[in-house]
Ligand binder design. Structure first.
Ligand SMILES: O=C(O)c1ccccc1NCC(=O)[C@H](O)[C@H](O)COP(=O)(O)O
Length: 256
């Protein structure tokens, strides 16, 4: 499934590149204000931080929420205390877009993550051109040399990579890269099964000084407590925020 998701995202990016060549996107990216410092925004504190996701649908759950104005939801996330916003831009299964990301960028002043299946530099340039400060790099989707190249390219653009892992071996690859922001996703991207204990099993492999993000499987405050006790600095939450009142839900998480 991960291969199919990546292949679909790359096909869509190549179609967009036919309409908007790399040099044009490079110029758009260069005209943007510098990327916000996501490492500062997500730095560990005595409270959990939240990356709040704009998520309409997903392969595992189908349609989740009508979000006609992603910018309005993102503004609520910001006022509810989120430290960053994640915007799913994958179109086929998540019903997202780069337009969503641009709209969110205009509405908030905290860092914005492009949540996408990234395999080429063009997608990172597009993210910067749309105003993203962070991109997602999924270790399982990329050979190490490609991961290194895309990580270096992200840094070159002044952006931050959230390097996503699903096992101890993948955490080791993220650490080799020098990643400063490492995510552990509880969702197996092939079977969609949730492993709520994965974060706790691998968190110790993430070196001190690196920001630890627990991704997926937060359905209520007890999940946030469990992740926090296992050493998470940040939780990334989608479904629970788009299917409940976002501000009340966020505030309950931030009280942990
Ligand atoms: O959400 C899915 O079904 C999914 C399937 C395959 C690849 C990625 C998928 N989701 C992306 C994410 O990582 C989540 O949207 C994010 O971590 C938030 O998860 P949740 O709070 O469980 O909605």
């Amino acid at each position: 499934m991960l291969d199919q998701l990546l292949a679909g995202s790359l096909e869509d990016a190549r179609a967009r590149r036919q309409l908007k060549p790399t040099v044009v996107v490079e110029a758009e990216a260069a005209s943007r204000a510098p990327a916000l410092d996501a490492l500062e925004a997500l730095a560990p504190t005595d409270r959990i931080r939240v990356i709040a996701e704009v998520k309409r649908a997903s392969p595992s759950r189908g349609d989740l929420a009508d979000i006609p104005e992603p910018q309005a939801l993102a503004a609520q996330y910001e006022s509810g205390g989120a430290s960053a916003i994640s915007v799913l831009t994958e179109q086929r299964r998540f019903k997202g877009s780069l337009e969503d990301l641009e709209a969110v960028r205009k509405a908030v002043s905290i860092p914005v993550l492009r949540k996408e299946f990234i395999g080429e530099e063009y997608q990172i340039l597009e993210a910067r051109a749309a105003g993203a400060d962070l991109v997602l790099l999924i270790v399982a989707a990329l050979p190490q040399d490609t991961l290194q190249r895309l990580y270096a390219f992200t840094r070159q653009l002044g952006m931050t990579a959230l390097v996503e892992t699903h096992s101890e071996a993948e955490v080791a690859r993220a650490v080799d890269l020098g990643a400063q922001l490492i995510g552990v996703n509880a969702r197996d991207l092939s079977t969609f099964e949730l492993d709520r204990d994965l974060f706790g099993r691998v968190a110790d492999q993430i070196p001190a000084g690196v920001i630890r993000v627990a991704e997926s499987a937060v359905l209520d405050v007890s999940d946030v407590v469990r992740y926090r006790e296992a050493g998470a600095d940040v939780v990334l939450v989608g479904e629970a925020l788009v299917t409940n009142d976002p501000i009340t839900t966020l505030q309950s998480y931030l009280s942990v």
